[in-house]
Design a binder for this molecule. Sequence first.
Ligand SMILES: [Zn+2]
Length: 67
Amino acid sequence: MLTTSGQGCKTEIFKSAMAQARKMQQYCELKDECQRQTFLAHFGESLNRKDCKYSSNPYDNCLKASS
Ligand SMILES: [Zn+2]
C-alpha cells in the first residue's frame, strides 16, 4: 500500500518545481531589469549591465537602457 511519507516526498518535489517555474516566470515578466543580472544574482554573482548591453547576446531591456 502507498505510504503517506511517499506522497509527501512527491509533494515536496512538486512544490520545488512550482517554485522554480514561478521564478522563471518572474524573470520573463521583468520589464526594466536585466534578466541576466537578476539570474546571476540568484546564484550570488554580480553583473554590470553595460557588460550585458555590449555582450554578444544582450537582453532587450539592457539595449533600451540609455546608460
Ligand atoms: Zn542585461
